[in-house]
Design a protein around this ligand. Structure first.
Ligand code: BTN
Length: 256
């Protein structure tokens, strides 16, 4: 098994750091299978097979942040549908804490993309499986600190924190991400859905706008009117019906 270049506790969390990995998500599942007890974090300098949502590849540049956290959660959900949204909130808070004032530039696109001027700066991939009495979840964060894939690579505009004038180091951002995730997981475990929902909506982009949602075999358009009590996006269709969306790719207009 590949040895980490560093295995340390940061802000009370175990963080295993590697040079090149296929994917930090893959490594996190493998480490847990080998007996490392969640929660723990896996960081890589580079990935050879970084994964995005819906089977896409995740393209990163040297200096970008590539990190996954592995969690064992109780099988009975308490706020679990909000996990993708608290991951995005945590990253948002971590960017603000690393570069005070930067948070206002960063908006959340449902469920958990981070955007600057409607261009993607970060992607978050949640993967899970049942592991004995728990639900094992790995949440992988890819943050464009310095590099951004071209539009042809990801079929939508992307940018980086550096291009927006936000200077943060991956170490600093990681530290603040560990702290912010601890805080938001605490809120989720308390079941304080109202706090998650209102904070997410406050930082969001696209609310009240006409949006398109791409599913595996069709596209829906309508107005993004609200978030439901379980974190699903509420889309008002032309016929007035409200459609609750639990998974799909949201496309915003470029200008809002
Ligand atoms: C998306 O499609 O927006 C999600 C991208 C998630 C990328 C990150 S990079 C770190 C972690 N390891 C992976 O293989 N994917 C996630």
């Amino acid at each position: 098994m590949l040895a980490p270049v560093n295995d340390a506790f940061i802000a009370g969390e175990r963080v295993l750091t590697y040079g090149l990995l296929s994917s930090t998500n893959t490594q996190a599942f493998a480490l847990a299978d080998q007996g490392i007890s969640p929660p723990f974090w896996v960081v890589a300098q580079e990935q050879s097979e970084g994964r995005g949502r819906r089977g896409r590849a995740w393209v990163s540049a040297p200096g970008d942040l590539l990190v996954s956290v592995c969690l064992d959660l109780p099988l009975t959900p308490k706020g679990h549908p909000w996990l993708p949204l608290i991951a995005a909130l945590s990253l948002h808070d971590a960017i603000e804490a690393s570069s005070p004032g930067a948070g206002v530039l960063v908006a959340l696109k449902w469920p958990n993309d981070l955007m600057i001027q409607r261009k993607k700066i970060s992607g978050i991939l949640l993967e899970g499986k049942t592991a004995g009495p728990s639900h094992r979840v790995v949440i992988g964060f890819g943050v464009n600190l310095v590099g951004a894939p071209t539009e042809t690579e990801i079929e939508r505009p992307a940018t980086s924190l550096a291009a927006a004038g936000i200077k943060v180091t991956s170490q600093d951002l990681l530290l603040h991400l560990l702290i912010a995730m601890q805080q938001w997981l605490g809120v989720m475990k308390r079941g304080d859905v109202d706090q998650i929902r209102s904070s997410w909506l406050l930082q969001s982009v696209g609310l009240g706008e006409e949006i398109s949602i791409r599913f595996s075999n069709h596209i829906e358009t309508g107005r993004f009117v609200d978030l439901a009590q379980d974190g699903r996006l509420m889309l008002e269709r032309k016929d007035g019906d409200i459609y609750h969306v639990s998974a799909g790719d949201v496309f915003l207009s470029e200008s809002g």
